[in-house]
Design a protein around this ligand. Structure first.
Ligand code: NOJ
Ligand code: CA
Length: 561
């Protein structure tokens, strides 16, 4: 369970540090520095428009960049501001994650809240809250409850990122429905639009990564280039079907926009900034949250050995599930995933194709769950929605209740397909809330989640540690049915996608040539590399993805054990 083992302390208001160069000596600038003084975040006013900038050890990372909002029904909140107030505080606390790469994490930063107020009209208020860490910055907007700003339809978040040079960038496109892309390595000037994290190297050899933290009840952020400013991007939020970006009401705190910085690439990996910008654990008892390795009835479907649906090659039979459970028990593997156990796979794409509670005739769910329990192996459940999140949400209580009643403590979910309601996107506000609803419902039943086709990780696992792992990556499955993933792919992931959190890449394929099922495909790798992925591609719930028969009696399996 989460515990604060060193007291947080807040220093309250510290002396204001801005310049006083405008008519009437009104303040136009305020800066917060990290505890070691290396990272600086500055808010400044330019003819009443708010900008922010970031510097690291004397080097400019982000030139003054716009801030603010446009709304559907209200005037924009982008200018005509004065700085009404600046509050500073600092924070130094240590907390213990339920699982993770370190047993304790230090949250050490200085915080600044700049209150901007329109000088005319409704005199609306927009606050910028920034936390300066030694290894980067997080900043968010706060819109307090106030006259003139109540129910909001955000048409755009105006945040810009004006980078200081044409850095080398590692990025995937700004697809609103999938992160399953190969990373491209180009100059910033060639980035046509990107999902975050986007990682960069400056000509001075600094490494930075832009992402977001605590994405809650808001749309995912993508970056699109500004037309007239080189190396500059603006936040483009993933829209609702009618083009609205976010429906909200005040008081509103947005997700944190994060810029991590390091002098070597590994510094980004070691940073805890994203987790630190999330709320502490809300679960009273987390004794049931347990990292594990797992095997499963899975790779066989992707290679064509098995089918998900009923028939002569059906993978999820009672007998085959028991065989996998025996294998897991004999080799100290914690869990067994069973996909294709429930009816609906041959109605793929139809509304409500799956009911999540009816097993195929050749799969005895309670018998398999009982056998797993007797064997000391966790049965990992599976809910594939085919993208029909709306139908899943209406059935998820019953579906999770069934698994909970059988002692199933982990479920893999999937959203492979266009989202219902149609026009919604995997990364928009509606789905962000759907994923959260399912996560909370799973937590109520002491169920851990592994989400495929997810929203990107933004550190929510701190608050809900049953959010174990997720896909959101072009994973192993692509090697079974596409031209595959090139060797460099898994060397880029730790410095990009994984900065947000763990990933369910499903490593560990030993039969690299796939001769028996997919002679035209192969995994572009070596056995040694497949083992190395268990070290490099971190996941608290980690699959050993190959078939048990390819592991049995193979000396290299000892490494996975
Ligand atoms: C896509 C997921 O990434 C994969 O793991 C799963 O087997 C299929 N959807 C079917 O649910
Ligand atoms: Ca997938």
């Amino acid at each position: 369970m989460f515990r604060t083992i060193a007291a947080a302390f807040f220093l309250g208001v510290i002396a204001l540090t801005g310049t006083a160069d405008a008519p009437g000596n009104a303040r136009t600038e305020a800066t917060v520095e990290s505890p070691d003084g290396g990272t600086k975040f500055t808010v400044s006013l330019h003819s009443g428009e708010a900008r922010y900038g970031i510097a690291y050890r004397g080097a400019v990372l982000i030139n003054p960049s716009r801030l603010g909002f446009r709304f559907g029904g209200e005037p924009p909140l982008v200018g005509g501001f004065a700085i009404a107030d600046v509050q500073n505080s600092s924070r130094d606390e240590v907390w213990e994650p339920v699982w993770g790469q370190s047993s304790s994490i230090r949250d050490h930063c200085k915080e600044m809240t700049v209150t901007l107020q329109e000088t005319e009209g409704e005199r609306r208020i927009l606050q910028i809250v920034a936390r300066a860490y030694n290894d980067g910055v997080g900043f968010r907007y706060v819109l307090p409850l106030q006259p003139g700003l109540d129910a909001l339809d955000i048409a755009s978040e105006e945040t810009e990122f004006r980078f200081s040079g044409d850095h080398i960038a590692w990025w995937i496109p700004d697809d609103y429905d999938s992160y399953e892309h190969l990373y491209r390595e180009t100059r910033l000037s060639e980035v046509t639009g990107a999902n975050t994290p986007v990682t960069m190297r400056t000509s001075e050899g600094l490494y930075l990564s832009v992402h977001e933290a605590n994405l809650t009840n808001y749309a995912g952020m993508t970056l699109v280039p500004l037309k007239d400013v080189p190396n500059a991007f603006r936040a483009e939020l993933v829209p609702w079907p009618d083009g609205t970006k976010v429906l909200a009401s005040t008081p509103l705190s947005t997700p944190w926009r994060t810029v991590q910085v390091a002098e070597r690439p590994g510094g980004l990996v070691e940073s805890d900034l994203i987790l630190n910008l999330n709320e502490p654990c809300v679960l009273e008892d987390t004794s049931w949250v347990k990292p594990m390795k797992y095997v499963g009835i899975w790779w066989g479907m992707h290679t064509g050995k098995y089918s998900w649906h009923e028939g002569p090659t059906h993978g999820a039979t009672t007998e085959n599930a028991k065989r996998h459970i025996d294998f897991a028990r004999d080799h100290g593997i914690g869990g067994v995933l069973v996909e294709g156990w429930n009816t609906g796979w041959n109605r793929w794409g139809a509304r409500g194709a799956f009911d999540y509670v009816t097993p195929y005739d050749d799969f005895d769910l309670s018998k398999v769950a009982g056998y797993a329990e007797e064997s000391g192996v966790a049965l990992i459940g599976h809910h594939e929605t085919g993208g029909d999140a709306q139908d899943y949400e209406s059935r998820v209580d019953e579906a999770l209740d069934l698994y909970a009643s059988l002692g199933v403590t982990a479920v893999k979910t999937g959203y492979a397909g266009g989202i219902y309601p149609r026009g919604q996107h995997h990364h928009g506000q509606w789905m962000v809330q759907h994923y959260r609803t399912v996560l909370e419902k799973a937590a109520e039943r002491r169920i851990m989640l592994d989400v495929h086709e997810p929203i990107k990780p933004t550190g929510i696992s701190r608050t809900y540690p049953n959010m174990m792992t997720r896909e959101g990556v072009r994973g192993m499955e692509y090697n079974a049915w596409s031209e595959g993933n090139p060797p460099e792919h898994t060397t880029i992931l730790p410095f990009t996608r994984m900065l947000g959190g763990p990933l369910d890449y499903t490593p560990g394929i030993f039969d690299l040539m796939l001769d028996d099922y997919k002679p035209e495909n192969r995994v572009h790798t070596t056995l040694a590399k497949q083992l190395a992925l268990f070290v490099v591609l971190w996941s608290p719930v980690q699959m050993a993805a190959d078939l048990p028969e390819n592991y049995e009696d193979h000396p290299a399996f000892e490494f996975i054990e």
